[in-house]
Write a protein that binds this ligand. Structure first.
Ligand code: CS2
Length: 502
């Protein structure tokens, strides 16, 4: 590593790669020969800690075709990524953080980055190019415009309406992919694959449903063409990737001598399980460690219900207690006990998978959350609560209730999330609240965050669960009252003690 005295702060570019500190892993392949066969929408931190890294590994295999990623940003926040990447010839550094060690690697698999609002035609040209056979997506859980509980496509959403009226200058991935499909259909181009890399149960199915519904609103011919020519494999994606901070940028400069405006930090662990049903050519992801399978659903359930649900379990209570990072929540004996009790309960709603021991998986989750090098923001985890509760917690809860179980920890976690809606933590400070679907909780919040049924009866969140299982709803209400009256720690301890006593 670079010592303070010889610190150089080298800006990333193709010509400076060879000057970087010897400890830094970097691409040694010829970047001028990459083929942008994959166009990715949403090159935030997660795409660049995951898919782009699998491609970088494949590019390092000399006998592999030269698959590169052409990245596209749709949101205002992507402008900064666009500027940073463009200035760095699309190179960025990835810092792998483990307790006691940090490794830096420069990733070279991005061929380019476009900020879509500035040049929609250029994006469409990339998507309709002959070499493009995959359009992949990281557009977040809320980016599919499908209501969780009903599965209804939100055709009335203002961005969807905008894209139906402005086909050549859309805002959403749906508008871009539908227009690309329409042009490909006219040009007589071959089939392609839409590869969702979002954390959703049946992410490929969701992408398919949303795109077909959107296309149908444009034309039946386009809808049919997509049905026949586009594949939508499901995939389970996993790598904890906190938001990059200025402190991360400073560490990368100080410890490694690299000046990077848009680095990414993440844990060493990574996992990708994909359905092997592509419509056209694909990279040999399995050569870089991805697992190809015929059915991703059980892996998705395992990951979303245990890991993501486990994150939410810690997140709301950690926020209420004034903790800033998940590692601090995982180190707190009571919250750790809660996390383990949550996973013990929810593992009964996770299918058995050959070769996977769910207790070991749960232990790995605790270990990963406890990684002290990762400063994963509690605010990141508690953001977008409506989508996360509906996707991570409501489905296992529904399965448990329908199978005759009486969950004790899930109602506590949901009560914690409701209590958190008051916006003030136990130290009297306002918490950073960010929820694009927060309006769903308006009646509950207007009740002074007191009447749980005003949230539990929202169909988009819990379907009919509260009406079908009133005892569950009453338990949430009871826990919410306990949280108000006795505070977070006393309530958690009490509920866990009671659950353990049976
Ligand atoms: C997290 C995920 O946002 C969340 O609530 O649980 O972003 C999680 O870190 C990733 O899914 C890990 O793969």
């Amino acid at each position: 590593m670079t010592s303070q005295s010889e610190r150089k702060d080298i800006a990333l570019s193709n010509s400076t790669l060879s000057h970087l500190d010897a400890s830094i892993a970097r691409s040694s392949y010829d970047r001028s020969h990459m083929v942008p066969g994959l166009v990715h929408i949403g090159a935030g931190a997660f795409n660049r800690s995951h898919l782009a890294v699998y491609l970088d590994d494949l590019l390092a295999c000399e006998d592999e075709p030269r698959w590169g990623e052409f990245a596209v940003g749709l949101l205002p926040a992507d402008k900064e990524i666009h500027e940073g990447l463009t200035a760095q010839e699309n190179l960025y550094s990835l810092m792998l953080m483990d307790t006691g060690k940090e490794n830096l690697r420069v990733v070279g698999s991005l061929v380019g980055h476009l900020y879509a609002p500035a040049d929609p035609e250029a994006v469409l040209a990339r998507m309709t190019a002959a070499e493009c056979t995959i359009i992949s997506l990281t557009v977040t859980e809320g980016g599919y415009f499908i209501e969780d509980a009903s599965g209804r496509f939100l055709e009335e959403h203002k961005d969807v309406r905008h894209d139906l009226e402005n086909v050549a200058a859309p805002r959403t991935w749906l508008g871009y992919v539908a227009e690309a499909a329409a042009r490909r259909m006219q040009m007589g181009r071959g089939p392609f694959t839409v590869l969702s890399c979002d954390n959703l149960q049946g992410n490929g199915e969701m992408a398919r449903k949303a795109l077909l519904a959107f296309a149908a609103a444009r034309s039946g011919v386009l809808e049919r063409w997509i049905e026949e020519h586009v594949a939508f494999p499901c995939s389970m994606v996993d790598r904890i990737t906190p938001r990059t901070t200025d402190e991360n940028r400073a560490t990368i400069a100080e410890k490694f001598g690299v000046k990077d405006a848009v680095p990414v930090v993440c844990e060493p662990f990574r996992q990708w399980v994909l359905e092997d049903s592509f419509a056209a050519a694909r990279p040999a992801f399995e050569r870089a460690g991805a697992q190809m399978t015929a059915d991703v659903a059980p892996y998705e359930k395992m990951k979303m219900r245990l890991l993501n649900g486990g994150h939410s379990t810690l997140g709301y209570f950690a926020d209420l207690l004034g903790l800033d990072f998940i590692r601090d929540a995982a180190a707190d004996p009571l919250l750790r006990r809660l996390l383990k009790a949550y996973m013990d309960e929810v593992k009964h709603a996770v299918p058995k998978l050959p070769g996977i021991d769910l207790d070991e998986y749960a232990d790995t989750v605790v270990r990963r959350f406890s990684n002290t090098a990762i400063r994963d923001q509690v605010a990141r985890i508690s953001s977008e609560g409506c989508a996360k509760i509906a996707k991570f917690l409501a489905p296992p809860l529904a399965d448990l209730l329908r199978n005759g179980n009486s969950p004790r920890v899930l109602p506590l976690v949901i009560a914690g999330w409701l209590h958190y809606q008051r916006g003030i933590n136990e130290r009297g400070r306002a918490m950073t609240m960010a929820d694009g679907q927060g309006a769903l909780l308006k009646p509950f919040v207007e009740s002074g965050c007191a009447n749980a049924r005003l949230a539990l009866d929202v169909p988009a969140l819990f379907g009919n669960l509260a009406a079908d299982f009133p005892v569950w709803a009453a338990t949430v209400q009871h826990n919410l009252e306990l949280l108000r009256a006795q505070g977070v720690r006393t309530t958690i301890a009490k509920v866990l003690d009671e659950a353990q006593a049976g």
